[in-house]
Design a binder for this molecule. Structure first.
Ligand code: IVH
Length: 688
């Protein structure tokens, strides 16, 4: 094929693919099979590989991702991304309407839309091409996540029809509920921690470095606002309908209302029917349609006066208490869990809810067979918010918190000042042993590929491992062929796990690779109580190696900045136990890292200890994430918004005015990078 022929074919394929893409993802009306679609895409990718000079930034091959973004550049929004005033009451919506009618007595039309519970993005189109996609950030500046947004199939990369040459469009990226549930099912199968809700998952996904992972996550996008100087119509509704013709996904759940009653009908309908939608919403947005009237009404400091968000209350249902069971975590903390008669809340069946601790149980005054008020907010774990006392079965007995560990029968203890009860049998209580090993292998700890919670349970039950030290005595031959059946829930179909050649190989390779994990993460993996990731890093860099840490006494530990008494006690107690000493010696003999790498130590100091920084704007010669790391490396803490607790605002170029104003208002010193460097070197600066 000549370059010229390839050029034509690529153009033809690109057009076909985008048209099919739109049919599938925007119109929900595909006309070819998935297989045929994949064949077209494959051919395009192949040709672009063969003729790299023909690869264009708007090629539909971008949809599959692959490009890696190490740092997301900060961009300033052409139009600030404001938020909406929120309300939970109908009366306030009424007051909103009254305020508007006072200023504009006649001819106000409202557009009611759903309030999608996702992540706001701003998309810029120049001559029909998507040139920028950004997060909201602080409203003035966000992150450039164009590469990741190009993988969202419902966001057009190239427009069709008669679109304005320059405009921005705003919308919400979200993860449909079934995609979220599938993702969590695969996490569960892999023994990984579950994701809390679709919104947080969407936010996390959009900030991933590898766009091919984003592409696989099945995000979707609905658009809800156009901004530009030459939009076709002078009102919101007509423009949104027009945007549909250009290829945007504009949801059909939208109503034009001329009276407040129509607005109330829309609110009531969706508050009732929200569970029938395939995605989460958290309310309804009401907007004045006409742009001229919007201008007339204007803006407050934060939000438009011409729009309001009516937010739904968390969904509540009632369910009967069947029993209370108790879960024992890796630290021995015992959590009461209410087992409920199944109840449908917000589209999912709820059978269990956490009661948190004994005090909460007492406060609820739980009795056998009680009718409970169960609430489901944005998170997957539902809450019990109360008991319907009138519905208590006559003669029902009160439910008391247990005194013994449900797993090993050891009497429970409640340390002073703590809400939780603990099983003190750390070394003999099975869920604690397994829990510690699961923590040890986790991604943020030793990151041992091939091992998950179920495999750990299997190895423990077969007697191959009693603590995480034993993991390094496993051999390929001992692993091969092990299997067990996990019973299904409620007598449902169970599943069988077995270790075959490939898994055994993976586990052995994963264990070997973990010997390079740096000391600070090994220390975190040991699972010392109160020693999370940050504290582990602090201790590792302070002491340099495990022996120095193991010999540190309480006084030395508490003298370290941000190490409190609880942490110090816990560290001392951990190393005092002979069993722990033996496990560490064993791990040392197996080649794990027990001292900090010299390179990692370089450039560290405590000079910023006790100071909190906000970093804003762009900096010449260093990107913002590296700057944040530099601050952390020198003992400082970086937070995202300015408050009275902020010590310094580090200002770069093009910083948004909001942060600066806030800093001025609160008297927080605004410094440049030169001054920051002085602080890092431990020099005095004048605070004016
Ligand atoms: S309009 C100037 N419409 O809610 C107002 N926002 O607090 C621009 N949202 O950040 C927003 N659904 O992320 C608008 N149909 C909708 C929306 C919506 C969800 C989110 C958006 C925004 C937040 C406002």
């Amino acid at each position: 094929m000549t370059t010229e022929e390839a050029r034509h074919r690529i153009q033809d394929l690109s057009q076909q693919i985008e048209a099919h893409n739109r049919r599938y993802y925007v119109d929900a009306n595909p006309i070819i099979s998935d297989y045929d679609f994949d064949m077209l895409l494959e051919e395009l990718i192949r040709l672009e590989k063969e003729f790299p000079e023909l690869l264009k930034p708007d090629s539909p091959s971008q949809r599959v991702g692959g490009a890696i973004t190490k740092v997301f550049e900060t961009v300033t929004h052409r139009y600030p991304m404001r938020s909406l005033a929120n309300t939970y009451s109908k009366e306030e919506v009424e007051a909103f309407d009254e305020r508007i009618r006072k200023q504009i007595p006649d001819g106000v039309t409202y557009i009611c839309e759903l309030k999608y519970d996702g992540v706001a993005v701003s998309l810029t189109y120049e001559n029909g091409l998507l040139t920028l996609g950004a997060t909201r950030g602080d409203g003035n500046q966000g992150d450039d996540i164009t590469t990741n947004l190009k993988t969202v199939r419902s966001i057009p990369i190239r427009l069709q029809g008669d679109f304005p040459a320059h405009f921005d469009i705003r919308g919400e990226v979200f993860m449909p509920r079934d995609a979220f549930e599938k993702l969590n099912e695969s996490k569960e199968a892999a023994g990984e921690e579950l994701l809390a809700n679709p919104r947080n998952t969407t936010a996390g996904t959009l900030k991933m470095q590898d766009s091919s992972v984003v592409a696989a996550r099945k995000l979707d996008c609905y658009l809800y606002a156009l901004m530009g100087d030459d939009l076709p119509f002078a009102n919101h509704y007509d423009n949104m309908m027009k945007a549909q013709d250009w290829g945007f996904k504009v949801p059909g759940y939208i109503a034009r209302c001329n009276t407040l009653d129509e607005v109330f009908d829309f609110m009531a309908k969706w508050e009732k029917d929200r569970a029938t939608l395939p995605f989460d919403i958290d309310g309804v947005v009401i907007k004045v349609n006409d742009y001229a009237l919007q201008e007339e009404l204007g803006y407050t400091a934060k939000s438009p006066r011409w729009a309001i968000a009516y937010k739904f209350k968390a969904q509540q249902e009632t369910a009967r208490l069947l029993s209370v069971s108790y879960q024992v975590g890796r630290t021995g903390a015992v959590t009461p869990v209410a087992n409920l008669s199944p109840v449908l809340i917000a589209g999912t069946t709820v059978k269990r809810a956490s009661v948190h601790n004994a005090a909460q149980m007492e406060k609820l005054d739980l009795h056998e067979g009680d009718l409970l008020k169960v609430e489901k907010g944005g998170d997957i774990i539902p809450k019990i918010v109360g008991v319907v006392e009138e519905e208590r079965p006559p003669g029902a007995r009160k439910v008391y918190f247990i005194h013994e560990c449900p797993e090993c029968k050891t009497p429970l203890v409640q340390p002073e000042g703590e809400a939780a009860h603990y099983c003190p049998n750390a070394s003999g209580c099975p869920p604690q042993i397994v829990g510690r090993m699961v923590h040890f292998i986790a991604r943020k700890a030793m990151d041992i590929e091939g091992l998950g919670e179920e495999t750990i349970e299997l190895l423990f039950e077969k007697g191959l491992i009693r603590n995480y030290g034993d993991l390094y005595d496993l051999t390929y031959d001992r692993l091969l062929g092990l299997e067990k059946t996990i019973p299904g829930e409620d007598g449902g179909k169970g599943k069988k796990i077995s270790i075959r050649e490939k898994t055994a190989e993976n586990i052995m390779a994963g264990l070997e690779a973990s010997k390079n994990i740096p000391f600070e993460r090994v220390l975190f993996a040991l699972g010392i109580r109160f020693v999370g990731e940050t504290v582990a890093a602090k201790l590792a860099f302070h002491f340099g190696n495990i022996d120095a840490l193991a010999h540190a006494d309480f006084e030395e530990l508490v003298s370290i900045h941000e190490i409190g008494e609880a942490i110090a006690n816990s560290v001392v107690a951990f190393f005092a136990e002979e069993k722990n000493q033996r496990i560490i010696e064993h791990l040392q003999s197996k080649g794990l890292q027990f001292s900090v790498n010299e390179e990692a130590l370089e450039g560290r100091s405590d000079n910023l200890n006790g100071s909190t920084f906000v970093v804003s704007g762009v900096f010449e010669g260093i990107d913002r994430d590296d700057l944040k790391k530099l601050i952390a490396k020198n003992g400082g803490k970086v937070v995202s918004s300015v408050s009275s607790k902020t010590s310094y605002l580090v200002a770069g170029d093009n910083m948004g005015p909001a942060k600066k104003e806030k800093a001025m208002e609160l008297g927080v010193p605004v410094i440049d990078i030169g001054t920051l460097n002085q602080l890092i070197r431990g020099e005095e600066i004048s605070k004016t």
